[in-house]
Design a protein around this ligand. Structure first.
Ligand code: OMP
Length: 214
């Protein structure tokens, strides 16, 4: 496993972003683990998180013009990634996010930051069944000069969507794009299996994967 993936898992565990227990997901599935990106809530954590996204973005090889972070959780993610990417990989990495409510005074509109044009990479936290990400896709498809170049998330839970495909494969098919992630559930399982103090969670996570995984 690449260093940035391992370091990301370790930070997520340390900050309780990644927890084990029993959690009801948006999809209604009961999961033995949960990932709450909102708990990367210090400047130091966000700086680290931005580096992991930047590394994964660089690794993906996707050619992009603008990074888009959908409100709300995508906003700190896109800011942190843009800073880290420009420092580490020497590109300007322009960023933009949307407001959930359109503004009717001042500069108006519902986008803040760079114009949403050219090849866009959408940044988000987690994909489970793929519902949340589809809402964000519509913002890009509504812009006539924007083309979705890829999607980058922190955790790919590798779960079934509405068909036999994974939720991510359905998104890739429906939007003709590629979805990349810092880590997948498989990376997490590999990590759990190699760490004695996490091994107690291995059976429940594997059982969940056997039920809902792809
Ligand atoms: P889908 O819309 O089913 O893809 O679920 C993605 C959303 O679920 C995320 O944007 C989160 O709001 C939430 N979520 C997490 O944040 N972490 C998880 O580990 C699982 C979920 C979830 O409810 O599936």
């Amino acid at each position: 496993m690449k260093d940035y993936k391992k370091n990301f898992i370790e930070l997520a565990l340390k900050r309780n972003v990644l927890r084990f227990g029993s959690f009801t997901l948006k999809s209604g599935r009961i999961s033995p683990y949960f990932f709450n990106a909102g708990l990367f809530c210090t400047g130091a954590d966000l700086a680290q998180l931005g580096e992991y996204y930047a590394d994964a973005l660089h690794d993906s090889g996707v050619d992009f013009d603008v990074l888009f972070g959908p409100a709300y959780k995508g906003i700190p993610i896109v800011a942190a990634t843009s800073i880290a990417y420009s420092r580490k990989y020497g590109s300007e990495a322009p960023w933009v996010f949307n407001r959930k409510e359109a503004k009717d005074h001042g500069e108006g509109g519902n986008l803040v930051g760079s114009p949403l044009t050219g090849n866009i990479v959408l940044l988000d936290d987690v994909i489970t069944a793929g519902t949340a990400i589809r809402e964000s896709m519509q913002i890009i498809s509504a812009q006539k000069d924007a083309k979705l170049a890829g999607v980058l998330i922190a955790l790919d839970r590798q779960e079934k969507g509405k068909t036999d495909l994974s939720a991510i494969q359905e998104v890739e098919r429906d939007y003709n794009t590629k979805v990349f992630s810092i880590i997948t559930l498989s990376d997490l399982i590999t990590y759990i299996a190699q760490n004695d103090n996490l091994k107690e969670h291995l059976a429940s996570v594997e059982e969940y994967r056997n039920t809902y995984g792809i």
